[in-house]
Design a protein around this ligand. Structure first.
Ligand code: IDC
Length: 464
């Protein structure tokens, strides 16, 4: 059982008045189930996750309604659905990509609310007009359910060598796994942030599964000192290995956007790191961070020249290919995932990168990921909780919508950045990396606190 602060389980009874409903939106006998969970609460505000499970016939659209029990409770912002409040009634309507619910299927939506006074839980829901008379399941006396028994072993101990199976990343038991972790900032600028204390904190306090090593190629990066950067990457690979975390080697191309500009450098670099790390279980190769201003065919051509170089040295490692429009599956260039689905890279054991910045990239990007997830193996190798500049205000609602979606689809992710850069995307406050305390909550930014909260929850990797 998941740890919950509050769980409200409302079961839609076999509905009275069902016969009055016609058309595909009717909920048949068998009804529905709503799991309402307050996932966090703070002074005057709270966040709730709402899981709507259709237990009746398939439906092609849904509207969920409930009543806020206290006049001071207000919807602030919702996600994965269209949310509105009128008086005390909150209405939630499924979006294009989650409006169809087969029997037994569920939609995960959520919202941030505000409250004055008490914050009681809603107990009655209707789905497509059918009353769901629910009963509240109170947490056991003493508060929360007991925490789950933590798994034994590090992420690499449990999962071993990874491979792509279907659209998922799978572990040694051939079962899908989601890796959740952090990206470094550019190692040419923030090497002081990657030391024994900080990487210990990432593994032990954050319980991170993954360290993404962002090696810029330009901007004073690899091109200025290939041997030096190759060796720095390898030492970070070893630091991740010693703590049982996966290491993602990111060839951080950004400007210029055509990865072919760096083709020869990529071949040299990957030949070297793949040979050196071939016997390790924990290395994933990301061959081009964010192609931009370049066609998918040019990216595919680059991939089909770099992947054989890696395979020659390390035949069975997972390789991740960047996508058009800053790894947006083309969406930021007015395209979409179909260009990849229709013309995939000619290689096996590969995934495609998707990146987002939550304050800039919202529902239409989530819709693309939802569609693409059943066709392509995806890994969110970089994302921010803020705007695409790496700065600006954190968008909590959009970030939560994204992470809930990725959790549901078992898509792995790495957050930009595990650093103390003076920008809101950084997890640590400026100056943190001058000291040795990476563990206490007061060194975290708002983004860092949110990500640490998400990443440190138990993984429950499947082992059989
Ligand atoms: C940003 C850094 C910023 C740096 C800039 C240019 O946060 O400090 O000055 O790069 O190198 C990306 C890129 C990533 C960007 C990040 C935020 O992959 O390199 O980092 N971002 O702008 N894609 C979308 C956003």
């Amino acid at each position: 059982m998941k740890r919950r602060l509050v769980a409200v389980l409302a079961t839609c009874a076999t509905a009275l008045g069902l016969t009055a409903l016609t058309g595909p939106e009717a909920v048949a006998a068998g009804g529905c189930k709503v799991d309402y969970t307050v996932t966090s609460q703070w002074q005057g505000g709270f966040q709730a996750a709402v899981k709507v499970t259709n237990l009746g016939d398939p439906i092609s659209g849904w509207t969920l309604k409930t009543t806020m029990p206290d006049a001071g409770q207000k919807l602030v912002q919702g996600w994965n659905a269209t949310w509105s409040q009128s008086g005390s009634t909150v209405t939630t309507v499924g979006l294009d990509w989650n409006r169809t619910l087969a029997t037994g299927a569920a939609a995960d939506v959520g919202f941030v609310g505000s409250f004055t006074g008490a914050n009681p839980k809603p107990t009655a829901f209707t789905l497509n007009g059918v009353a769901c008379t629910g009963s509240v399941v109170e947490p056991p006396p003493g508060g929360e359910e007991p925490p789950p028994v933590p798994g034994t072993g590090t992420p690499v101990d449990v999962n071993g060598k990874l491979h792509v199976c279907g659209v998922n990343l799978c572990n040694q038991y051939n079962r899908p796994v989601q890796l959740r972790g952090m990206s470094t900032h550019g190692i040419q600028w923030f090497s002081k942030c990657y030391n024994t204390a900080s990487v210990d904190a990432l593994a032990k306090d954050w319980k991170s599964d993954l360290l993404r090593i962002a090696m810029y190629v330009q901007e004073s990066g690899y091109e200025t000192d290939p041997a030096g950067f190759t060796s720095r990457v390898n030492s970070l690979v070893d630091m991740a290995e010693a703590r049982g975390m996966y290491a993602m080697i990111d060839f951080h191309t950004l400007t210029p956007g055509d990865p072919n500009f760096n083709l020869e450098r990529a071949k040299t670099f990957f030949a070297s790191v793949a040979a050196r790390n071939a016997d390790k279980k924990h290395v994933i190769y990301e061959i081009a961070n964010e192609p931009n201003g370049v066609s998918w065919t040019a990216i595919k051509s680059y991939a089909e020249q770099v992947i054989p170089v890696i395979r020659a040295a390390d035949p069975d490692a997972v390789v991740i290919v960047g996508t058009r429009g800053w790894s947006s599956l083309g969406v930021s260039d007015g395209s979409n995932e179909s260009e990849v689905v229709n013309n995939p890279v000619n290689a096996t054991n590969i995934m495609y990168a998707f990146h987002f910045y939550a304050a800039s990239h919202k529902d239409n990007y989530r819709a693309a990921v939802s569609r693409a997830a059943s066709r392509l193996p995806l890994f969110v190798t970089e994302f921010g909780t803020v705007s695409a500049t790496g700065g600006g205000a954190m968008d909590r609602a959009s970030t939560t919508a994204w992470l809930d979606l990725l959790d549901q689809l078992k898509i792995g992710y790495a957050n930009w950045t595990y650093s103390d850069a003076p920008e809101s995307s950084a997890a640590f406050k400026p100056g943190t990396c001058n000291g040795s305390n990476y563990s206490s909550s007061d060194v975290l930014t708002e983004s860092g606190a949110l990500l640490k909260g998400r990443i440190s929850t138990p993984d429950s990797f499947p082992t059989s």
